[in-house]
Ligand binder design. Structure first.
Ligand code: HEM
Length: 219
C-alpha cells in the first residue's frame, strides 16, 4: 500500500479510537449511575442475565460473546434509555451550504450555523410522552417482548442521516459486554454525599465523576 493508503488507514484507525473513547466512558458512567439509583431496573437486568446464562456451567466470561449479549433485550432497552436521557454527545451543529427552509418554516441562509441539542430532544414531552424524564427501559420493549424500533431522528443520541455514528452497533455490543461483566459480578452503590450533575461540554461527562462502592456478588 502506498503512502496515501497508509495515511488513510492511520487516520481511520485514530478516528475510530477517538470517536468512541470519551463517548463510551461517559455513556457507561450515566448508565451505571441510573442502574444504581433504580433498584427495580437493576433486579430486572440481573433476572434476565440469570435466565439467559443459567444453562452455562462455565465461568461468566464465556457468556460474554456477541451472540450471548445480543439476547439481553432488557439490558439493551436500559442502555438505549440511558443514552436517551444522557446522550454522551449532548449537542451538534451543522452548517447550510445552500439556502433552505426547515420543516418548522424557518429560513436558513448559506453559511448559517445551526446548533441543536440532542440532550433536549431526548427529553421532550411531545416526543416521549408525559413520563419523558423518567428512566423507564420498558418504553423500548414491544408487546411481543422484543426491542421496539425507534427511528434515529427520534432517538437521536447517535445522530441521524448520512453522517450519523459509524460505531452505533459497536457501542451497543461493547456497552452490553461491560455492563454484563460489571453488574453480574458487583453491586454498585453511589457514595452518599457524592453529587452527580452533567458538565456542559462537547461530551456529557459528569461534573465530579462518579464515586461508587462496589460489593462483590455471590452468584
Ligand atoms: C456512546 C457511544 C457513542 C455515541 C453517543 C456516539 C455518537 C456519535 C454522534 C452524535 C456522531 C455524529 C457527530 C457529528 O455529526 O458531528 C458520531 C459520529 C461518529 N462516530 Fe460515534 N458515538 C459513539 C461511539 C462510537 C464508537 C465506539 C465509534 C467507533 C468504533 C464511533 C465512530 C464514529 C465515527 C467514525 C463518526 C463520524 C461519522 C461521519 O462523520 O460520517 N462512535 N457518533
Amino acid at each position: 500500500m502506498g503512502q496515501k493508503g497508509d495515511k488513510f488507514l492511520r487516520d481511520s484507525a485514530l478516528n475510530l479510537l477517538v470517536a468512541g473513547r470519551d463517548s463510551m466512558s461517559a455513556g457507561l458512567s450515566w448508565f451505571f449511575w441510573l442502574v444504581a439509583t433504580h433498584p427495580s431496573v437493576e433486579s430486572k437486568i440481573l433476572e434476565e442475565m440469570k435466565g439467559s446464562f443459567a444453562s452455562k456451567e462455565a465461568d461468566w466470561r464465556s457468556v460474554l460473546g456477541m451472540n450471548e449479549v445480543s439476547k439481553l433485550v432488557y439490558l439493551h432497552a436500559a442502555i438505549c434509555e440511558s443514552l436517551r436521557l444522557f446522550p454522551p454527545v449532548p449537542y451538534l451543529h451543522v452548517c447550510a451550504i445552500n439556502p433552505d427552509i426547515l420543516p418548522s418554516g424557518h429560513r436558513i441562509n448559506p453559511n448559517t450555523k445551526l446548533y441543536y441539542s440532542l440532550y433536549a430532544m431526548g427529553r421532550m414531552e411531545e416526543t416521549w410522552g408525559e413520563d419523558c424524564l423518567e428512566f423507564k427501559p420498558e418504553r423500548w420493549i414491544s408487546e411481543e417482548g422484543g426491542i421496539k424500533h425507534i427511528p434515529s431522528y427520534k432517538f437521536i443520541a447517535f445522530s441521524t442521516g448520512p453522517r450519523s455514528c459509524l460505531g452505533k452497533e459497536t457501542t451497543m455490543i461493547e456497552m452490553k459486554m461491560v455492563a454484563t461483566a460489571v453488574l453480574w459480578n458487583y453491586q454498585i452503590k453511589v457514595v452518599e454525599s457524592h453529587s452527580v450533575s452533567p458538565n456542559v461540554s462537547v461530551v456529557l461527562h459528569m461534573e465530579h465523576g462518579l464515586k461508587v462502592r462496589l460489593t462483590k456478588r455471590f452468584v
